[in-house]
Design a protein around this ligand. Structure first.
Ligand code: GDP
Length: 337
């Protein structure tokens, strides 16, 4: 997948009991694995750290799920002190009482090491629960966790709960929310997007991290999930098309050896690696309902994805002119930030 950042200091740590879904989440989010293929992932047995060099460098550290932890926690405390968020994954399809006990002690360690850390609880695998059960589980877990923290007199812990599944876009949305809280320039980014939309006839604009499809910011108009899904699909299509026609990414002729190791298929793995370095990607598409999708790569592996009405199409030159200003503003933001 992604290259290792120069600074391996983790920004996000992910923990949870074994079989909760941590490896699956990382594989789906950062290595483009198909959700069903996670059935064959080997469970985490030793602490592993993977660093994803995304637009904000962050690392996901997986600790094997265990209820008693001592040595691992000493390590973890050091990491908590330098990271922004702790994601704790709870398997909602399983008895979660053990998870809650584990989570509670982890929160105590985390807050002790870093009082400003954001605790982000992923109530995971909710694809297996009915709508009612999801909300019940969320209510029950929220209640239990916050009650315990109150009992400890911990009233200032920043803690949020998210319903997630790797089988839909909820995992991307939850991750986006987690990452957005760690971006100091978020308010500025949102303002820039608002201004861009107002002056260009854009209905909705997102700034996406291309590699992970986490959205880093969006304008303040209401957001719905189908819109978000269309945008992420559009990123996939654009990246795929870009790889097909990129001169230096043409699949090499399959030799006999390759054919043996790859079961005869041409392996175009790690396609995302070259994106931020290569020529910026971009594309425009018109949907059957008249909506125009527009994608332009900006700085740092980020892409601007916009939805416009077909009435904006004649003004596309103006839109692109405004987008250039937006790009300049982004560059300056990261020069000073
Ligand atoms: P880890 O030990 O926490 O890393 O857990 P794994 O990633 O190995 O996942 C354990 C099992 O849960 C695997 O069989 C996954 O296919 C499954 N799993 C992970 N995420 C989901 C999800 O969102 N929904 C469902 N139904 N199963 C999931």
């Amino acid at each position: 997948g992604h290259s290792f950042g120069p600074n391996p200091s983790p920004r996000i740590v992910m923990m949870g009991l074994r079989r909760g879904g941590k490896s699956s989440i990382c594989q789906v989010m950062f290595h483009n694995m198909q959700p069903l293929d996670t059935l064959y992932i080997e469970s985490t047995t030793a602490p592993t750290t993977s660093v994803f060099s995304s637009f904000i460098d962050f690392a996901v550290m997986e600790l094997p799920g265990q209820i008693n932890f001592t040595e691992a926690m000493i390590d973890a405390e050091r990491i908590f002190s330098s990271c922004g968020a702790l994601i704790y994954v709870i398997d909602s399809q399983d008895e979660y009482i053990n998870s809650l006990a584990n989570l509670h002690s982890i929160i105590l360690h985390a807050v002790n090491a870093n009082p400003n850390i954001n605790i982000e609880v992923f109530i995971h695998k909710v694809d297996g629960l009915s709508e009612d059960f999801r909300l019940d589980a969320q209510r029950d877990i929220t209640q239990r966790v916050t009650d315990e923290l109150l009992d400890d007199g911990l009233v200032n812990v920043s803690i949020s709960f998210h319903l997630t599944s790797i089988f839909d876009h909820s995992i991307y949305e939850a991750f986006s929310r987690v990452v957005q809280k760690l971006i100091p320039q978020l308010a500025t980014l949102e303002n820039l997007l608002n201004v861009l939309c107002q002056h260009s006839g854009i209905e909705k604009a997102f700034l996406f991290d291309i590699g992970s499809k986490i959205f880093v910011a969006t304008d303040s108009s209401p957001m719905d999930i189908p819109t978000y899904e269309i945008c992420t699909d559009f990123i996939d299509i654009t990246v795929d098309m870009n790889n097909i026609y990129a001169v230096d990414r043409r699949p090499k002729p399959v030799t006999r050896n390759d054919a043996n190791t790859n079961n005869g298929t041409v392996n175009i793995a790690n396609q995302l690696e070259s994106i931020p370095q290569g020529r910026p990607i971009g594309s425009t598409s018109r949907l059957s309902n008249g909506v125009i999708l527009y994608l332009q790569q900006m700085v740092k592996g980020l892409a601007l994805v916009c939805l416009m009405r077909k009435e904006s199409m004649p003004k596309i030159a103006l839109v692109e002119y405004n987008i250039e200003f937006f790009r300049d503003a982004l560059e300056q933001l990261w020069l000073i930030g």
